[in-house]
Design a protein around this ligand. Structure first.
Ligand code: NAP
Length: 387
């Protein structure tokens, strides 16, 4: 193997993981001196084994039992440094920290996952961070962060407030661009943390279809939302109902829920917020009748991070953007539990001030959306009636 390949593929990842293990044991002052200053950390987990193999190429060479053992018992690791200079010239530095469990392990192994999250918070504390964002399923599994309160000195945020703000902005832009008249918007995972806030905000202006997997939970949720819904609203626990929706927002924590293009009506748009995604079925790639968009992404100019999140340059998840915004604004309070709609508006204001904006605007510039607009309006006019 080439000398550089050996260093990059084997030695560097191995040494940095050993360094992070030591960081959990050594005193804070030494760690801060070694790693440098930090304001925030953002917690993630591998979506699947492919993410682990991307970071540690030698991982695929290990026997399956050793792989499982490593994932179960490995300590949290620092994936990357993040630094930001926003439009006002304010700077923040932070770390992307990952626990070792994959999405598939987290949901059935909630107790172990929570233990790993607490370990990751300890690492963030040692690094000198003041606030930690709970990325992907780390929020879901800790009851939107509430389970962690009192167990750490760090401020915690789910990042769901800005995710909700970005989703509402994107959906409104889509409706305007597609020229949709009185669209029916489906929220899949409606009584989840993000789903509930979306229901409250979108339900003021649009007809909603609230989709969840438990009928009794759906009825209870509808009852609770009554005061917030100004337009006609239907509920369903059957995914077949999605065929009536013009826009489908997926916001579940399910690994098995996989929508396909055939389940939706021609001209429909899927806005997939879920991580791991709910609408990444190959049928969407070649469908010319349904548009699938990755939801909850933000363009953050002035952001520097070498770690490949698999996103276009300068683009990050909205929940990471919210953690950075909180660090830039020196807001070191907890934002966990039910999403506060006042905070949704505040994060939107912070983002504009910092020069962050929903990344859907980039698709717009690259003319992805305008191109499909005309095609889709034809579909809605002709095929949609037949469907
Ligand atoms: N793009 C971003 O920046 C960003 C930011 C934050 C979060 N996220 C992602 O957004 C998603 C939602 O996050 P959250 O914090 O709102 O999660 P959450 O509070 O755990 O809610 C998830 C909801 O999904 C529902 N669900 C599970 N399986 C379902 C199914 N088969 N059909 C319909 N509903 C189902 C759950 O219902 P039950 O209670 O019945 O199981 C639950 O109500 C997650 O995938 C998360 O990773 C993305």
């Amino acid at each position: 193997m080439h000398k550089f390949g050996l260093w990059r593929r084997w030695l560097r990842p191995l040494l940095s993981s050993l360094r992070d293990g030591l960081a959990l044991l050594l005193p804070s002052f030494l760690i801060r001196w070694l790693y440098g200053p930090a304001d925030f950390a953002f917690l993630v987990h591998p979506r699947g084994l492919h993410d682990v193999e991307r970071r540690y190429p030698f991982f695929r060479k290990l026997p399956p039992r050793v792989r499982e053992w490593v994932l179960r018992y490995h300590w949290p690791v620092v994936l990357e440094k993040i630094s930001v200079q926003d439009a006002l010239g304010r700077c923040a530095k932070g770390y992307l920290i990952s626990i070792s469990l994959t999405a598939e392990q987290i949901l059935p192994e909630r107790i172990l996952a929570k233990k790993k999250i607490l370990q990751a918070l300890k690492l963030a504390e040692k690094l000198g961070c003041k606030i930690v964002g709970l990325g992907a399923l780390t929020a879901s599994v800790t009851k939107a962060g509430t389970w962690l309160v009192g167990q750490t000195k760090l401020a915690l945020t789910t990042g769901n407030a800005y995710t909700v703000a970005v989703t509402c902005e994107d959906v409104e832009r889509l409706i305007a661009q597609q020229g949709l008249d009185d669209p029916l918007i489906a929220v899949v995972g409606c009584y989840g943390n993000i789903g509930e806030a979306l229901t409250k905000l979108l339900g003021r202006h649009y007809r909603l279809m609230l989709v969840g997997r438990a009928s009794e939970m759906l009825f209870a949720f509808l009852d609770r939302m009554k005061g917030c819904l100004d337009r006609e609203t239907v509920i369903s626990s059957d995914l077949d109902a999605l065929r009536d929706a013009d826009i489908v927002i997926t916001a579940t924590n399910s690994l098995s829920l996989k929508l396909t293009a055939e389940m939706l009506k021609p001209g429909a748009v899927v806005y997939d917020l879920a991580q791991p995604p709910n609408a990444d079925h190959p049928s969407f790639w070649w469908s010319d009748k349904v548009l699938r968009l990755d939801g909850g992404y933000v363009q953050a100019p002035g952001l520097q991070m070498r770690f490949d999140l698999g996103l276009p340059k300068g683009t990050v998840f909205a929940c990471l953007a919210e953690t950075i915004l909180q660090a830039l604004e020196h807001d070191f309070r907890n934002h966990v539990g039910r999403v506060d709609l006042v905070h949704v508006a505040l994060t939107q204001h912070w983002a504009r001030r910092a020069g962050f904006r929903p990344a859907l605007g980039f698709l717009e510039r690259e003319e992805v959306i305008p191109n499909v607009c005309e095609r889709f309006s034809n579909l809605r006019g002709d095929d949609a009636r037949v469907a």
